[in-house]
Design a protein around this ligand. Structure first.
Ligand SMILES: *[C@@H]1O[C@H](CO)[C@@H](O)[C@H](O)[C@H]1NC(C)=O
Ligand SMILES: *[C@@H]1O[C@H](CO)[C@@H](O)[C@H](O)[C@H]1NC(C)=O
Length: 243
């Protein structure tokens, strides 16, 4: 009797596990609209994830502040200065408004992608039309107090990063910064997820800049496992594993 109920209990718990919704991997992109690397990353690395199923595995956020600064002028007035000028401040606010007003990432991402495709001449009108979002609502937000509030929130979240961001784009996955490996985002998501992986997870990342021919060890293997050989030290530390 006891054994039967135990088996039933186990079977039930296995069934729950199988049917439990997978956790989303949290991907936070700390960026600023006008930075070329942010734009390139958004268009080249993130946008394809909205086509290949990877975006279904993540909760994606774009925190639009980056390296902007918030000064208080001697007269007490506030002055926000963005790395790529006034236009970038405006685009950042548009992004914050679009993501706030349309919290579904599938809804806001086309708007952000449109901005990042051409940050120098992107306009709210063009991108709202393309993403089928309400232009008036976004403009009202961006030019008003809601825009101020969202901008302050993005600034506060960026400034609270632990460890602090060192550059942009700064990609954080489940709270862990990817640093200069941010372009491995897709692989990181595939490894981190507990959901069923789409086919894209099994495509071998192909980046010529990363291919390094591994030198053969011709010396005593014990020797070179202890100390990096001088000829290996020329390679980036994180690509060659020498104990
Ligand atoms: C804000 O600060 C920036 C950078 O110091 C400066 O170029 C800009 O003129 C200032 N804007 C205002 C409105 O004071
Ligand atoms: C800038 O600083 C002022 C004064 O501390 C603050 O009220 C405001 O919310 C800040 N804005 C941003 C975007 O950080």
């Amino acid at each position: 009797m006891l054994r039967h109920s135990l088996v039933a209990l186990l079977a039930a718990s296995v069934a729950t596990q199988v049917h439990a919704a997978a956790d989303k991997v949290e991907v936070d992109l700390f960026a600023e609209a006008g930075c070329p690397y942010c734009a390139h990353f958004t268009v080249t690395d993130v946008a394809p994830m909205f086509e290949n199923g990877l975006s279904d595995l993540i909760t994606f956020r774009y925190i639009a502040w980056g390296n902007a600064k918030n000064f208080t002028k001697p007269e007490g007035q506030r002055n926000i200065s963005c790395q790529h000028g006034k236009t970038e401040c405006e685009l950042n606010r548009l992004i914050s408004c679009a993501t706030h007003l349309h919290p579904e990432q599938n809804d806001w991402f086309p708007f952000v992608k449109c901005i990042e495709e051409d940050p120098e001449s992107a306009t709210a009108a063009k991108c709202a039309l393309l993403a089928k979002l309400d232009l008036t609502e976004i403009q009202l937000c961006a030019s008003g107090s809601l825009g101020d509030q969202l901008e302050a929130e993005a600034a506060a979240e960026t400034n609270a990063l632990q460890p602090a961001h060192q550059y942009v784009p700064w990609v954080v996955v489940n709270g862990i910064p990817l640093g200069s490996s941010y372009q491995s985002l897709q692989s990181v998501i595939c490894v981190a997820t507990n959901a069923q992986r789409p086919k894209a997870c099994y495509d071998v990342p192909d980046d010529d800049s990363l291919s390094v021919e591994f030198p053969m060890a011709d010396d005593d293997p014990d020797d070179w496992s202890l100390q990096p050989r001088p000829d290996l030290q020329a390679y980036p530390k994180n690509r060659i594993f020498v104990q």
